[in-house]
Design a protein around this ligand. Structure first.
Ligand code: SAM
Ligand code: SF4
Length: 474
């Protein structure tokens, strides 16, 4: 199996199951306790584990209502009304692991296995660019075929594909953990975020769903992955847990513990947290002992928002459209849209609202096209953004944290959101979406207080519209 000399300098199994369980068993908190924790979080201070546990133990509906309201407020204060959009691109589903919940697992003989060739990657990317996407996350099974060189080559390929005004400006990846050398190789290819989910932080459950004789069966190798990534130069990292494998409260504490560990040892917390909910998948007969209902799902999103005020939160198309729209306000900063998770799906299935379950990892809840999602966001008053400026101007890791302060949004995020939205409206939007977008841009411009910035944004909007200029950012 994995040799320990490949682990990071800070390799440590910092998840203490007994301690986390005890924090969850302390009994219902007094309302004042809950309000004190909310107040701390509204001052934008990250919460400690015992404070998050107070929010998790609150069962009174009114108190939970206060938690929801606070999460909405914090989201508005830190992120404004922006929602960043991206799409997943599945590259290959060969896998040596046997994760009980995933249809890519090696023992699933019904899965149609496939790896996109470089030419096929190019066709998928063109199809995504034709719809208006600028940010992708590449997804891989774990297999010797998908080593760091292969992943790096695929990332370079994606960046190289340009069609019309289309280009991909940020390529994130979700792939199996690597050693330091592997992370160096993918960093050099220009990846944005390296994302990896622990799936479950609960040791016994982890061993149950990840057989011991598989690479993924090694809990510490996975928990340590982001330490190695950071040591190899990737300072933009995403964590996540697959909700439904174990008690959702425990997983929230696991995510917060992970976040605090990275902050303490590397000076940077995760850039994003994901909270996928277990979905039905081909050949998966997992008895769902810990289903998370919609109400608890909303609670966990709100509590995560309050616990890690400056961490982006990703809500995927696993969830139904109506629920996604409701949860957006609770603190989500990024969503995928127009997603196809069949390998080759962007050209072979397109925007048809059907799924080819034998070719994909799990069922999606939201099959709307990017244009439709954009229109809904705009009509609900959100500013959909394709901005990739922070990562391209070096505002990542520690520097991103420094910038994630009030004023930053007004100076950078909102103007960049407006400019990337204007590009989208001009190049890709349907008539209805374009009208909704132009209305929103007018409203957003009225909010810009700094006259200097306002003038610059107006100038750049003119350049986009009249001179056909693209990729103008602050
Ligand atoms: N193979 C790599 C790994 O396991 O880290 C990366 C990609 S895996 C294809 C992406 C994520 O999909 C997993 O980390 C897991 O959380 C999620 N996933 C797997 N099966 C799922 C299911 N049935 N429902 C929802 N999400 C699932
Ligand atoms: Fe393979 Fe990842 Fe699916 Fe596990 S979750 S079977 S590692 S693709």
């Amino acid at each position: 199996m994995i040799t320990t000399d490949k682990l990071s300098a800070n390799a440590l199994d910092f998840i203490d199951d007994v301690k986390l369980q005890m924090l969850l068993q302390r009994g219902a908190p007094e309302p004042e306790q809950v309000r004190d924790v909310i107040a701390k979080s509204l001052s934008k201070a990250p919460l400690q584990l015992d404070e998050t546990a107070v929010l998790l133990r609150a069962e009174n509906r009114d108190l939970i209502g206060e938690i929801f309201e606070a999460a909405r407020k914090l989201k508005r204060d830190v992120y404004g009304n922006r929602i960043v959009l991206f799409a997943p691109l599945y590259i290959g589903n060969y896998c040596v692991n046997d994760c009980a919940y995933c249809s890519f697992r090696r023992s699933n003989k019904d899965a149609v296995r496939r790896t996109l060739s470089p030419e096929e990657v190019a066709r998928q990317v063109e199809a995504l660019e034709d719809r208006g996407h600028k940010r992708l996350i590449l997804v891989f099974g774990e297999h010797p075929k998908y080593n760091a060189e292969f992943i790096a080559d695929t990332v370079r390929k994606v960046y190289s594909v340009k069609k019309g005004n289309g280009e991909i400006r940020r390529v994130n990846i979700n792939a199996a953990p690597m050693d330091h050398e592997g992370f160096r190789i993918i960093k050099e290819a220009g990846i944005g975020t390296y994302q990896i989910f622990m799936e479950t932080y609960h040791h016994e459950t982890y061993q149950k769903v990840h057989p011991e004789n598989t690479l993924k069966g090694d809990y510490l190798w996975r928990l340590d992955a982001l330490n190695r990534a950071f040591e190899a130069g990737c300072d933009d990292m995403g964590i996540g847990a697959l909700f439904g494998l174990y008690d959702w409260r425990f997983e929230v504490l696991g995510l917060v513990a992970h976040s605090l560990f990275l902050q303490e040892h590397y000076g940077v917390g995760p850039h994003t947290i994901s909270f996928p909910r277990l979905q039905p998948a081909l050949g998966v007969q997992l008895s769902n002992q810990y289903p998370v209902n919609d109400y608890d799902f909303k609670r966990l999103v709100a509590i995560l928002r309050l616990s890690v005020p400056y961490t982006g939160m990703i809500l995927t198309a696993r969830e139904r459209a109506e629920l996604r729209e409701e949860i957006l306000g609770f603190g989500v900063s990024q969503i995928d849209a127009g997603s196809r998770i069949e390998i080759g799906g962007y050209t072979e299935i397109g925007d048809a609202q059907v799924q080819a379950i034998e070719k994909e990892q799990f069922r999606l809840g939201d099959l709307r096209s990017l244009d439709e999602v954009m229109r809904h966001l705009l009509n609900a008053g959100y500013l959909p953004s394709f901005c990739t400026s922070c990562y391209r101007t070096g505002r990542t890791g520690e520097h991103f944290m420094e910038y994630a302060i009030p004023g930053f949004i007004q100076r950078f995020c909102a103007p960049n959101g407006i400019l990337t939205l204007a590009e989208y409206l001009h190049d890709y939007a349907s008539e209805h979406t374009r009208k909704a977008g132009e209305r929103l841009i007018r409203k957003e411009m009225e909010k810009i207080e700094d006259k200097g910035i306002l003038k610059l944004v107006e100038e750049r909007l003119r350049k986009i519209k009249r001179e056909g200029k693209r990729d103008l950012y602050f």
